[in-house]
Design a binder for this molecule. Sequence first.
Ligand code: SF4
Length: 227
Amino acid sequence: MSERPGAGPAQPDVPSGGSAGAKLAALREQAAGCHACPLYAHASQTVFGEGPPSASVVMLGEQPGDMEDRQGHPFVGPAGRVLDRALEAAGIERDDVYVSNVVKHFKWERAGKVRLHKKPNAGEIRACRPWWEAELAVVRPRVVCCLGATAAQAVFGPKFRVTRDRGVFFDLPGPDLFGSARPPAGTEAIATIHPSAVLRAPSETRDEVFDGLVADLETVAERLRRG
Ligand code: SF4
């Protein structure tokens, strides 16, 4: 693993043996010391993915928010609560979902007393990519669901548009993605909005935006039911 800021990308060492849980624990420990891009320097801690090692679905967001940064767990803030509500409404068991982000440190700028989210740049997203690739390679989910444009473009490439391409299944791009530890053939990926978009929506359209998120997740639920 690279220790020199900006010397990335990160270089996870996925253990060759042991259970998926043990492999994730090893990756989490490695990521805690990652300095592959400058973001570690201004965040409280690495926020690695969490969930069952054999989850059917991996939800990939952009990066931890303020509360996730403080608590060290993904999707525990307001957007996480929206995601939980949407998963329940769509009929997806929360304990069949592994949640993570394509960037593992909180990037922010100060506005008075508040730390405001700042979008990670292409170099930071590229540096962090090996971590989520390693997570997918270990969890081997049936479905990868990208939440928002940053995650969707990290997975599908910069031409992907969530507004145009959401709610539709695609094969995971390859062949270089995942190297030899690729998830099984048949793993599919889909994108929808980030749950924070529901929180940002004007009150008069918020229910509609939430319903759109649920509709996309219902597509995921349907795919899981079909196996
Ligand atoms: S954001 Fe990712 S690549 Fe950058 S230091 Fe954190 S874990 Fe490493």
